[in-house]
Design a protein around this ligand. Structure first.
Ligand code: NAD
Length: 530
């Protein structure tokens, strides 16, 4: 097998491949044209974040069977194009968790004791003992926003400094956080109580500008703020003002809204701002972990046919895959749909299979449900291998139930999700054996194509409500592509589903929410895979 390594990769990974008898072409910094030419000769390609494995590259790779990302993010790989050509895409999630958590703690210590500033001063020939008065961490409160892999490890490191850890993560079951020794609080309380705040979430619509002038106002005077997650979670302009006024004692960033950061960025002028150029994951150990990891996965795939870490295919015998494929799409879409309805951390997921589908190998379908359910809130790509482990780590109990009787359908999949507060149900089926449809949402019977964007409006079943919603959307020039109403009983509650051509502005949702007879308004986006 010929494997092209087109980005800088630890040589330990190359050694693993060569030891297994593969021929490795280690060719970095290829131009687009060179890559299009080179790729023809290889069965596999390993990249990090630099090489763009576009649809064009994939189509040019006539022999290509596998694309490996040493690391997690797959923004530079067109996974859909690979899937369509039956090419396996795999990654190595979790390889840099410890390294990034350590960097976070290093940032906390550096800014609390002004170590970078003191170093610069000494190197300038000065001895300014009184200028560098620091802050002790012992007994202080560390507030962590996001308690995933890195947040959990930072917890242990902060506890090692005898800090009290409080945390906020609406998608994690509270019991799970408590087991880690974290006091779970609401975001407002975290902002009010923490001496140090560190964010460890992905960048989503919800987390963008999570820390801004308004939220900083609610924090303690002299708070310290860290961002080793994603640029944009903390509003840089607002933070600049707060650092200047010393409301915020110090801040430390590894990631920025724009990278590389502009040399004249205002934050770089401040003495109480500590920064590193996105090196959170840059240690020898982390780079070796991911290089060896992806190389071993390639060996497993070519020698044993096991697709460990694959993000686009489950490890099932090739002859089973065609039958499963449409159900995999349905299951993942239903999980994604369910994820956008939920409030609170998931405690358990029960996937029920009825009719023909119950006779298939359903384990990959349950995993596809978990992928859909977890992908919008987790940073790492959830793949067919790590999904069950991630669910277990987050304290989610997963159950499967099978029955041959699907009632009016040939096959039906029903997902029941229990959070601390509510139970949620979504059921789906395949029309004409390949068209995924959602046919049940909680107590309502519906028939919704599982694609595009839609608004779900819980409302009181009485005249005029639908007209009001239509008027508001019309006033904001939002076109309704499809509409459906369902109710459990006359005069009770009803569900209105509006399919849209484009996502509506948020003020439209707010305006609808305020109307009489409207109980809740939720936007569900199934237009992109997360
Ligand atoms: P993870 O997916 O394991 O954890 C993310 C956590 O955020 C999850 O527990 C999720 O429930 C939670 N979350 C999602 N939305 C939230 C919200 N609105 N409020 C609170 N919590 C929310 O990811 P991870 O591996 O721990 O990574 C955390 C961050 O660190 C990511 O942004 C990742 O990109 C970043 N990262 C940076 C570097 C670096 O070089 N600086 C390296 C690795 C990871």
């Amino acid at each position: 097998m010929n494997i092209l390594v087109s980005d800088k990769l630890s040589t330990r990974g190359v050694e693993v491949l060569e030891h297994a008898g593969f021929t490795v072409g280690f060719k970095t910094k290829l131009s687009k044209e060179e890559l299009l030419k080179e790729i023809k000769d290889y069965e596999g390609i390993i990249v990090r974040s630099a090489t763009k494995v576009t649809k064009e590259v994939i189509e040019a790779g006539g022999r290509l069977r596998i694309i490996g990302r040493a690391g997690t993010g797959l923004d530079n790989v067109d996974t859909d194009a690979a899937t369509r050509r039956g090419i396996v895409v795999m990654n190595t999630p979790g390889g840099n968790t410890i390294t990034t958590a350590e960097h976070t703690m290093a940032m906390v210590v550096a800014m609390s004791r002004k170590i970078p500033q003191a170093t610069a001063s000494m190197k300038a020939g000065k001895w300014e003992k009184s200028k560098f008065m620091g802050v002790e961490l012992n007994n202080k409160t560390m507030g962590l926003v996001g308690l995933g892999q890195i947040g959990s490890h930072v917890t242990k490191l902060a506890q090692g400094h005898f800090m009290n850890v409080i945390g906020y993560d609406p998608y994690l079951a509270k019991d799970r956080a408590k087991q880690m020794g974290i006091e779970v609080v609401e975001l407002e309380e975290l902002f009010q109580r923490a001496d140090v705040i560190s964010v460890h979430t992905p960048l989503t619509n919800e987390t963008r500008s999570l820390i801004n002038t308004a939220t900083i106002k609610t924090m303690k005077d002299g708070v310290m703020i860290v961002n080793c997650a994603r640029g944009g979670i903390i509003n840089e302009q607002d933070l600049y003002e707060a650092l200047k006024s010393e409301k915020v004692f110090a801040a430390a960033f590894d990631v920025f809204e724009e990278e590389p950061i502009q040399a004249d960025h205002p934050l770089l002028t401040l003495d109480n701002f500590v920064c590193t150029p996105h090196i959170g994951a840059s240690t020898e150990e982390a780079q070796e972990n991911v290089a060896i990891g992806i190389a071993e996965q390639f060996v497993d795939y070519f020698k044993r046919g096991v697709a460990r870490g694959a993000v686009n295919v489950p490890s099932v015998p090739p002859e089973v895959l065609p039958q499963l494929q449409p159900y995999l799409v349905l299951a993942e879409r239903m999980g994604l749909f369910q994820a956008q309805l939920l409030e609170g951390g998931v405690k358990s997921v029960t996937v029920e299979y009825f009719g023909e589908v119950a006779g298939l190998t359903v384990a990959p379908l349950t995993i596809a449900v978990l992928r859909g359910l977890l992908a919008p809130i987790l940073e790492d790509v959830i793949n067919f291998v790590n999904a069950p482990v991630v669910a277990k780590d987050r304290g989610i109990e997963v159950k499967e139930v099978k029955s041959s009787d699907a009632g009016d359908f040939t096959s039906l999949i029903r997902i029941k999700v229990e959070t601390g507060q509510h139970n949620y149900v979504v059921a789906g089926t395949l029309f004409h054996r390949q068209d995924p449809r959602i046919v049940e949402i909680n107590q309502y019977q519906v028939e919704v194509a599982s694609e595009g964007q839609m608004i779900l409006i819980d409302n009181v079943d009485r005249p005029g409500v639908i007209g009001t919603v239509g008027r508001i959307l019309g006033e904001h020039s939002v076109n309704i592509a499809q509409m459906q109403c369902s109710r459990a009983e006359q005069g009770g509650q009803a569900l209105l589903i509006l399919g849209l051509d484009a996502p509506p502005p948020s003020e439209v949702l707010q305006a609808v929410k305020q109307e009489d007879g409207i109980l809740s308004v939720r936007l569900v986006d199934l237009s992109k895979s997360h």
